[in-house]
Design a protein around this ligand. Structure first.
Ligand SMILES: [Zn+2]
Length: 362
């Protein structure tokens, strides 16, 4: 016979507590009374009844003050920590390093011994200098001859030795070529010298391995050399010309001639044409679309496209007294203005021409 103590406020919860064999800890006798008189089970509650029939149980009301939760919901092994182990720290302090960003590079007792000896030997030779440093850098003398800055041994007057110290904390296989800050953090507890930070910065910046293997996450942009505009320039007096080719066919056109005014307005004219166009064709397009509005240009900037460097173009420019400024492989930014215009136009067409890409000429 199992004796269950129930006392939930909600009467249907009392039922559930009974059929699932859970005890209640708050409530009134009314809840249990209600259960004893309960009719009209909902399907959910009725589903538990066959299970109830498997047990031999009796229900008893117990007032709240005396109603302790039963053994089923308070298993003894869930009773919290074992008092015997209360004062035992699982992970004592010795497992944690002082600074969360530093890692233990190597065992100073073994590898560092040799370095310490060299540093101390250098100190021995430079006692007058160290005595001079002592008041300004707050150095302390331990063991009669060894100078320390806090806990760090002072490395004195020997750049080769200083490089040796840094290489041990930076190049060592367990250090893994750490960055400036971390290398500095690793050295500081053990060694010190004036301008240590500058020295470490220079060293890490000059480390060939770091330069070869690390990704520059903040690349510096190359300097801008804009084309200096001529004074009092008129619209389309100095122009940059280029082609956008291999476009999808649209109205019989597959190429765009872009003409950009570089000195005055930065305005652009876009003329659809064919990829088979020749130098005469380009001259004709310019004659029809630009000259009626802006006249003959004084300077044409372009790449080394055959249309611009052909004999015809060169002769024409010579006759009309137009200065040709053609970019070279060593100075590709010459026609940067037209390349930028092309980029903007391509972006524009991508956004606004239809999905079939056959109406961009309109
Ligand atoms: Zn490095």
């Amino acid at each position: 016979m199992t004796r269950l103590y129930c006392g939930f406020k909600r009467t249907s919860d009392n039922h559930l507590a009974i059929v699932r064999f859970r005890g209640g800890s708050c409530g009134t006798r009314r809840g249990l009374d209600w259960v004893s008189r309960w009719r009209g089970l909902c399907p959910r509650h009725a589903g538990y009844l066959p299970k109830r029939e498997q047990y031999n149980i009796i229900l008893e009301y117990k007032p709240g003050a005396t109603n302790r939760a039963d053994a089923l919901s308070r298993r003894p092994d869930y009773k919290g920590s074992n008092p015997i182990n209360d004062d035992i720290t699982v992970w004592p302090d010795r497992y944690f390093c002082d600074n969360h960003t530093s890692i233990r590079v190597f065992d100073m007792d073994s590898i560092g011994d040799n370095l310490d000896r060299q540093v101390k030997l250098a100190q021995y030779k430079e006692q007058p200098l160290l005595k001079k440093w002592a008041p300004t850098h707050n150095l302390t003398l331990l063991d009669g001859t060894h100078w320390y800055h806090g806990t760090a041994l002072v490395v004195v007057a020997d750049n080769a030795l200083r490089r040796g110290v840094i290489s041990l904390f930076h190049n060592h296989v367990t250090a893994g070529h750490a960055g400036i800050t971390k290398t500095l953090q690793l050295i500081t507890p053990y060694y010190w010298w004036p301008n240590l930070k500058t020295f470490v910065t220079e060293y890490v910046k000059g480390c060939a391995t770091c330069q070869m293997t690390k990704v520059n996450t903040h690349p510096t942009h190359p300097l801008m050399f804009p084309i200096t505009p001529a004074d009092n320039a008129r619209p389309f007096e100095t122009i940059a010309m280029d082609f956008i080719t291999k476009l999808p066919q649209s109205g019989g056109f597959d190429t765009i001639l872009t003409i950009t005014d570089t000195d005055c307005s930065k305005a652009s004219i876009f003329i659809p044409c064919h990829k088979t166009i020749n130098s005469e064709g380009v001259a004709l397009l310019y004659l029809n679309h630009v000259i009626p509005h802006y006249g003959i240009p004084r300077k044409i900037i372009s790449d080394r496209d055959i249309h611009f460097v052909s004999k015809f173009s060169t002769e024409l420019c010579c006759i009309l007294n137009i200065h040709q400024n053609i970019s070279t492989a060593y100075h590709p930014q010459t026609d940067g203005a037209s390349e930028r215009t092309n980029q903007t136009l391509e972006q524009y067409l991508q956004v606004f021409c239809g999905t079939q890409q056959n109406n961009w000429h309109a």
